[in-house]
Design a binder for this molecule. Structure first.
Ligand SMILES: Cc1cc2nc3c(=O)[nH]c(=O)nc-3n(C[C@H](O)[C@H](O)[C@H](O)COP(=O)(O)O)c2cc1C
Length: 258
């Protein structure tokens, strides 16, 4: 067969394609467990970061051992042992008809349409006493669904940290939700007022420190009001009666114990 014959060129191309696809498939299969482990470590790191206790010099796994993971049934507001905490994935649960809940449009403050009926929550304990409760939250910004963790102190009303770990907002505009200067405004803010009304919000503009409402408010993002509004809305949803509200109420009243 001549070196430049069509059959030879096609045979070489075909053999190369087969070899490459075997290599790619083998890499995908062999690296799958490592990718899953990395994903879990990244998630745990973000939980520790939201709680403000991440130490870059120590292994994540060792630090995470002080955190207790539980699954909450959002409707009853109680813990459930129906799922394995190690493998539970609320994004997968939201895609499964048996575990998902379609949110009525008029109540869909976070614009997510569907959510899991169950959520993984993270408890930082000192002995039997709850120090911090870390809750996963998500909702639509301008371009993307923004995923984060909000950490609450032992009173279940004071924010101890809030950070997004995944979003597709524009760097320099909505992407400023990752700016440490903006994030550091959250610790100390209160979620509910004395009457139990949900008050936390991101303003359009700056917080007036002299205002009595400043304790519930965070500065807006210049040129990114739509992302900022998305942050307020997702907090209103997840900390409200259709989100963690029933669970937080029961925890405050001691009707469920961590
Ligand atoms: C290319 C481009 C990217 C933008 N990205 C964002 C964004 O990520 N988040 C956001 O809220 N607004 C973004 N905006 C601006 C919005 O369209 C809108 O003008 C802005 O949210 C209004 O906020 P302001 O009232 O503070 O100016 C973007 C605009 C352009 C042209």
């Amino acid at each position: 067969m001549s070196r430049d014959s069509k059959t030879k060129v096609l045979t070489v191309a075909l053999v190369l394609c087969v070899i490459c696809s075997i290599l790619v498939s083998a890499a995908a299969v062999l690296l799958h467990s490592r990718q899953e482990a990395n994903k879990l470590e990244e998630k745990r790191k973000n939980i520790l970061l939201a709680a403000g206790i991440y130490d870059a010099t120590l292994p994540v796994e060792a630090q995470f051992s002080q955190i207790k993971t539980r699954i909450v049934d959002l409707q009853s507001g109680d813990f459930t042992d129906e799922f394995d905490v190690a493998s539970f994935d609320s994004r997968k649960a939201a895609r499964d008809a048996a575990t998902s809940y379609r949110i009525p449009a008029q109540r869909d403050l976070a614009s997510i349409k569907i959510r899991s009926r169950y959520k993984d929550v993270y408890l930082l304990m000192e002995g039997d006493a709850l120090q911090q409760l870390i809750l996963p939250v998500h909702g639509k910004g301008l371009w993307s669904t923004m995923y984060g963790f909000i950490a609450l102190g032992a009173d279940l009303n004071t924010v101890s940290g809030f950070a997004f770990y995944e979003h597709g907002e524009t760097p320099g505009l909505g992407g400023e939700i990752d700016n440490p200067a903006w994030k550091q405004q959250w610790p100390g803010k209160k979620i509910y007022d004395a009457a139990g009304k949900l008050r936390i919000e991101v303003l359009k503009g700056s917080v007036d420190p002299a205002s009595a409402d400043a304790i519930y408010q965070v500065d807006g993002l210049a040129g990114a009001t739509l992302t900022a509004r998305g942050v307020s809305h997702l907090l209103a949803y997840w900390l409200g009666e259709d989100g963690y509200g029933p669970f937080l109420d029961q925890l405050k009243q001691g009707e469920v114990t961590p």
